[in-house]
Write a protein that binds this ligand. Structure first.
Ligand SMILES: NC(=O)c1ccc[n+]([C@@H]2O[C@H](COP(=O)([O-])OP(=O)(O)OC[C@H]3O[C@@H](n4cnc5c(N)ncnc54)[C@H](OP(=O)(O)O)[C@@H]3O)[C@@H](O)[C@H]2O)c1
Length: 312
């Protein structure tokens, strides 16, 4: 999945705003849009990054939106710590649902398209991977908040909800699993992973590139285009399997990967065990037959190697 070298002039991407550009997903979108030559603005909240503007969703969102007048909003900010959410339900609902409302309302009233990211945690994990229309039944507070936010976003006439899962990339710091995986293997530290939580990982670099190309091609955020899509790799894997694939690429010691069952981990939030997303619609839209996890990991490997060698 290579970025297109020169996309056609594209109204939604003329002046996009990425809220949460200091995060894993928002960072990939911000980088892809900047590389594509788009006049993108990105925001951070607590983790300042060069070129990003500070923005707090709890503040006056409409004022920011009025000032910037974006051509599209990529809403990649959320309270994403699943176990913290479980113990802070009111805060989670306020941040993940309440604070989405003014953004969706502004986009609706200004005819501006909104891109929102949801999760396979809207499902109960009894029988994944799931199609877009499968019945939802979140097991935890985070999953419930994301499902409620999907409903808020759906009030916006031009929107797309991209459900994603186990997102990986190198990102900016160790707040993501791949980053932690590489640094633990590098530093000879044991990496404790659940052996029985299955998902279909999403590679953030691909997600951003694929989404931008689909918008450029008028296949997303256009009249009649799909509004709920599952965007991930094909393979249903455990965290342990994922970590082993990383270790083998880096020539690291797989014995550092320590398996635990979810029951043994005593995580505060119940997890959907057999979750994951069936990506058939996404692949059909992209016109590709396969999105293999191994190809995504290979694409990321040069950056994984630099992090492993401490040169990143
Ligand atoms: N990562 C996954 O595996 C995964 C899976 C499924 C769905 N998703 C969804 O994908 C989206 C992006 O996730 P992510 O993993 O990229 O998250 P992340 O790395 O935790 O980044 C979250 C971003 O949101 C910003 N943010 C948080 N609270 C904010 C607030 N009140 N006001 C303004 N900005 C705020 C953060 O800014 P600072 O860091 O600067 O504070 C950061 O830029 C989320 O909606 C998440 O639910 C993620």
């Amino acid at each position: 999945m290579r970025p297109s070298s020169s996309g056609p002039p594209c109204a939604p991407l003329a002046r996009p705003l990425v809220i949460g550009a200091s995060g894993l997903v928002g960072g990939a979108f911000h980088a892809r849009l900047a590389a594509g030559g788009y006049a993108v603005t990105g925001t951070y909240r607590a983790n300042a990054r060069p070129g990003l503007e500070r923005f707090e969703l709890a503040g006056d969102s409409p004022a920011l939106l009025e000032r910037l007048r974006p051509s599209a909003v990529v809403l990649a900010s959320a309270l994403t710590h699943v176990d913290y959410c479980e113990n802070h339900e009111a805060e989670t609902l306020e941040r993940n649902v309440g604070q989405v409302r003014p953004v969706a309302a502004w986009c609706s009233s200004h005819g501006v398209p909104l891109v929102y990211f949801s999760t396979d945690y809207v499902f109960d994990g009894a029988a994944g991977p799931y199609d877009e229309d499968a019945p939802t039944r979140p097991l935890n507070v985070y999953g419930r908040s994301k499902l409620l936010a999907e409903q808020v976003v759906a009030s916006c006439p031009r929107h797309v909800v991209l459900r994603i899962t186990n997102v990986f990339d190198i990102g900016f710091d160790d707040r993501n699993f791949l980053h932690r995986c590489v640094t633990s293997l590098r530093d000879g530290q044991s990496l404790v992973v659940p052996s029985d939580q299955l998902a279909t990982p999403t590679y953030a670099t691909w997600l951003a590139d694929q989404t931008v190309r689909l918008v450029e091609a008028g296949r997303l955020l256009a009249d009649g285009s799909p509004q709920r899509l599952h965007a991930s790799c094909d393979d249903l894997v455990s965290r342990a399997d994922f970590a082993r694939r990383v270790a083998s690429r880096l020539g690291a010691d797989p014995a550092l990967i320590t398996l635990r069952t979810t029951a043994d981990l005593h995580q505060p939030a119940p997890r959907p065990l057999r979750a994951g997303l069936r990506n058939r619609r996404w692949k059909a839209l992209l016109g590709v037959e396969r999105l293999p996890l191994d190809e995504a990991l290979d694409d990321c490997l040069p950056r994984m190697r630099r992090l492993y060698a401490r040169t990143l």
